[in-house]
Design a protein around this ligand. Structure first.
Ligand SMILES: Nc1ncnc2[nH]cnc12
Ligand SMILES: [Zn+2]
Length: 345
């Protein structure tokens, strides 16, 4: 039996405008596009077909996913490849009523294979400009450092990206979390802050609450990506609530990477009940079985979230966005109008 209140909350979640703040653009590469780009670029793949590749998407933890994710990104060689990947994401984001998107990208994954930094950033930046012009999506890029590599490598990556400074608004920290605490990147993040870059970091996905503390205190992260393990530390939860530090939570990712065994056990409701600025995001949608609206729908169903909670999540996404106050007001206005229309329908 369907619960009418849940059905209304799902319909509302799918229809209203939202921001997506935690999407690795390389994680939006669908198997079909991986094969098309492999053919276009003459790259040999260790999988015989799209189906065989998709069948390999059975992950046991973050590392088991990252191994396949980095292999998938090996088909990206030319500027047009980066453009096509991001454009495919923007078309899906548009369908999900995403009106603001902040895209993570992993330059080291590409520069280590000999792809120039200019190729990566210019392809992605051109797609962001077209998203704005042709789809009405406000879009920006966040450069992520791979935490399994050294701080020296991150610093060299930052310097290589600085000629394209106008094309990215901030930096993040991703890849294998456990064993690579935020502390490892204290100097390069200090330099990023001096340069006026916005700062975020993955923490508390698989790693302990201490990594969230380090991201806050040592890197001065303005948002925590994932952060779900904060609930193990009540003092940390209180501090995140006091600072209103947003958490960019990715429910389907947490399910597929076995952070939770069942979406019904997902901590999203506890995070909201604790007064945290939690948001819903897709992380790596091509690998985890859903884009933003799928994440909303499945989370609302699993946790029986209310319409009010759905609206809070959308509002939080705009509050957490790295936009000007004027743009934030316009985004919130669009949400208000959409909620008003839904109430009349
Ligand atoms: N969920 C995730 N955690 C850490 N690094 C990532 N890179 C892509 N997806 C990631
Ligand atoms: Zn992520």
């Amino acid at each position: 039996m369907k619960n009418p209140a849940v059905e209304r909350a799902v319909a509302l979640a799918r229809a209203i405008p939202k921001a997506e703040l935690h999407i690795h653009i390389e994680g939006s590469l669908e198997p079909e596009l991986i094969f098309a780009l492999a053919q276009r670029n003459g790259v040999a793949l260790p999988y015989a077909s799209v189906e065989a590749l998709r069948a390999a998407y059975a992950f046991t933890d973050l590392q088991s996913f990252l191994d396949i994710y980095y292999a998938g990104a090996s088909v990206l060689l030319k500027e047009a490849d980066f453009y096509d990947m991001a454009w495919a994401y923007f078309l899906r984001a548009k369908a999900d009523h995403v009106i603001r998107a902040e895209l993570f990208f992993d330059p080291q994954t590409h520069t280590a294979r000999g792809v120039p930094m200019a190729t990566v950033i210019q392809g992605l930046a051109r797609a962001c400009a077209d998203a704005r012009e042709k789809l009405g999506i406000s879009a920006a890029l966040i450069l992520c450092f791979l935490r399994h590599l050294s701080e020296e490598d991150a610093a060299a990556t930052l310097e290589a990206a600085l000629p394209y400074r106008e094309h990215f608004i901030g930096v993040g920290l991703d890849s294998s979390e456990v064993g690579h605490p935020p502390e490892k990147f204290i100097h390069v993040f200090a330099r990023c802050r001096e340069l006026g870059l916005r700062v975020v970091a993955h923490a508390g996905e698989e790693g302990p609450p201490d990594y969230i503390w380090e991201a806050l205190e040592l890197l001065q992260a303005e948002r925590i990506d994932h952060g779900v393990r904060c609930l193990e530390d009540p003092v940390l939860v209180a501090e995140l609530a006091r600072r209103r530090t947003p958490l960019t939570v990715c429910p389907l990712s947490n399910l597929k990477l076995c952070v939770v065994d069942d979406l019904a056990d997902h901590p999203m409701k506890q995070l909201l009940d604790a007064g945290l600025c939690a948001t819903v995001n897709s992380d790596d949608p091509a690998y985890f079985g859903g884009y933003l609206n799928d994440n909303f729908e499945q989370t609302v169903r699993a946790l029986a979230l209310t319409e009010a909670e759905v609206i809070t999540l959308a509002k939080n996404s705009f509050e957490a966005s790295f936009v000007s106050d004027a743009e934030r007001a316009a985004l919130l206005d669009a949400l208000d109008r959409s909620v008003g229309q839904a109430a009349l329908a």
